[in-house]
Design a protein around this ligand. Structure first.
Ligand SMILES: CC(C)(COP(=O)(O)OP(=O)(O)OC[C@H]1O[C@@H](n2cnc3c(N)ncnc32)[C@H](O)[C@@H]1OP(=O)(O)O)[C@@H](O)C(=O)NCCC(=O)NCCSC(=O)C[C@](C)(O)C(=O)O
Ligand SMILES: [Mg+2]
Length: 362
């Protein structure tokens, strides 16, 4: 519990008649959060066919939407949410999220006061950019409660913060615990790089200059020396993962701007997956398949995890499998994999077929 509310009030609605906050954030699959510009007719036309092929469709209202198109994007999102079957709401396979404009912009109030009455029953998560501290979440929290009460909504809309300022990173733990609405956090590497005065101009991903070099050979000073590129985002992602895990919410990577470089995109996504993230963003249709592949445990990993679960019986003690020690703690690691596979199999028939075909070896 953090923020100005006392423990006993933390799970009380912030407006009379607003839905009761959830005590646990549902683990809905969200491997790819696919961004689209609702004011772009070509993109909007593609949305109905994308439903069911991607876990989350996000109507973006903030950066990447031209100032002249802010109203058209907001209105376009309302139309899409109303007209698209199977998009958004608790039973939908594809969730509907939006990214509202930043809290210091002239557009954000109209974003919320338009979207919640019009499509609040379909909107699953509101992504808030450039969150600096718990006070930003408290502002959105109260406003959402007032709008939900006025609209007669029965299910609370969840909130997702983007980590894209140095102050936001410094406050990430209090941001994650600022409201029972907090669903998760994503990395915003472009704004964050600018705010920190990092010297990369890329939208996410590595940089060839950020490396570790192999030792100098004193006997052969001119010999070529290997170098290994490092992950510029490792510290921030790891910190975000800890803050989210501590508060029972979900961490996500974010954008990978080099759309043409599908190899490095997959590597960056996989680093985030291995560190604990549950998903990432997709900016272009071709990044969806990459995200779905990376954020679904491999058949080999699930097979191994199930084998450990079977071998561990009541879950205590230690056993040897293929020369490796397995015990209570490694069983927990395997249960993370098995539970994720079950959640994904429930919504992805192709994955279910692959996971069901696994035969657990003794
Ligand atoms: C990169 C762009 C300009 C290339 O767009 P393009 O049209 O040049 O690409 P294309 O390869 O020619 O597109 C092929 C087809 O796919 C369509 N298409 C293309 N993209 C999408 C899409 N997302 N959803 C649905 N459809 C899409 C496109 O309209 C076209 O349709 P067509 O075949 O009928 O001509 C375009 O993909 C795009 O605008 N993507 C979204 C960008 C975005 O949302 N950026 C903001 C998030 S990142 C960010 O904000 C940073 C952060 C976190 O804040 C921080 O780090 O600080
Ligand atoms: Mg940004």
């Amino acid at each position: 519990m953090s923020g100005p509310r006392s423990a006993k009030d933390f799970f009380r609605p912030l407006a009379v008649g607003a839905p009761t906050p959830l005590t646990e954030i549902p683990a809905r699959p969200s491997r790819a959060i696919h961004f689209f510009d609702p004011s772009n007719p070509k993109m909007a036309a593609k949305i109905p066919d994308m439903v069911g092929t991607v876990d989350v469709l996000l109507g973006n209202l903030e950066d990447a939407i031209k100032a002249d198109n802010k109203v058209a994007a907001r209105e376009g999102l309302v139309q899409i949410a109303r007209q698209t079957e199977g998009l958004g709401g608790p039973a939908a396979k594809t969730q509907l999220w939006t990214r509202i404009n930043s809290l210091d912009s002239p557009w954000v109030l109209d974003d919320l006061t338009t979207l919640i009455p019009a499509i609040g029953d379909r909107l699953d998560v509101v992504m808030v950019p450039k969150v600096q501290g718990a006070e930003d979440i408290h502002y959105v929290d109260r406003l959402l409660a007032q709008l939900e009460a006025k609209a007669g909504l029965t299910r609370p809309i969840l909130v997702h913060a983007i980590l894209e300022t140095a102050r936001g990173v410094a406050n990430v733990e209090e941001i994650c615990g600022a409201s029972p609405r907090m669903q998760g956090v994503s990395l915003g590497p472009a704004d964050l790089a600018a705010d920190r005065r990092m010297k990369t101009t890329r939208v996410g991903g590595g940089h060839p200059g950020y490396l570790v070099r192999g030792d100098r050979d004193v006997d052969n000073p001119d010999a070529p020396r290997p170098s290994y590129q490092q992950d510029l985002w490792h510290y921030t992602i790891a910190r975000m993962v800890d803050a989210c895990a501590m508060h029972g919410i979900y961490p996500y990577y974010g954008p990978f701007g080099d759309i043409a470089d599908v190899v490095a995109c997959e590597d960056q996504f996989r680093n985030a997956f291995l560190l604990g993230c549950v998903g990432t963003w997709s900016l272009h249709p071709k990044q969806i398949a990459i995200a779905n592949r990376v954020f679904s445990p491999s058949v080999e990993d699930v097979a191994h995890a199930r084998r450990v679960v079977a071998a561990m019986g009541d879950g205590t003690g230690a056993v040897m499998l293929d020369g490796k020690m397995e015990d209570d703690a490694s069983l927990k690691q395997c249960l993370v994999m098995v539970e994720l596979a079950e959640q994904l199999a429930a919504i992805d028939p192709e994955l279910k077929k692959q996971y069901d075909a696994i035969e657990v070896q003794a």
